[in-house]
Design a protein around this ligand. Structure first.
Ligand SMILES: [Zn+2]
Ligand SMILES: [Zn+2]
Length: 82
């Protein structure tokens, strides 16, 4: 009898550790990862969304404006790490 093959996707808890946050910030030297934007990181964004990936591999730092822009939400309230 073979063990059932589990999905190999890495699953991490929704909570983003400080270590992970610093790692993400270091990747873009503390700057928004939006092309050409040089503002400091204010929020963290998941791409693909955490709801789909269940890990933080796609986590990126963004300024508030570009984070909202990324979700094309105008006036849409977002949590700071969505
Ligand atoms: Zn986001
Ligand atoms: Zn930006």
């Amino acid at each position: 009898m073979r063990a059932e093959k589990v999905e190999e996707k890495e699953v991490e808890p929704r909570y983003v550790s400080k270590t992970k946050e610093r790692e993400v910030e270091a990747k873009t030297k503390g700057r928004c990862s939006y092309n050409g934007c040089n503002k400091p990181i204010e929020e963290k964004h998941h791409e693909p969304a955490y709801a789909l990936s269940h890990n933080h591999k796609g986590l990126m730092g963004m300024c508030k404006v570009h984070h909202e822009f990324r979700h094309n939400g105008v006036g849409k309230k977002l949590s700071s790490i969505d």
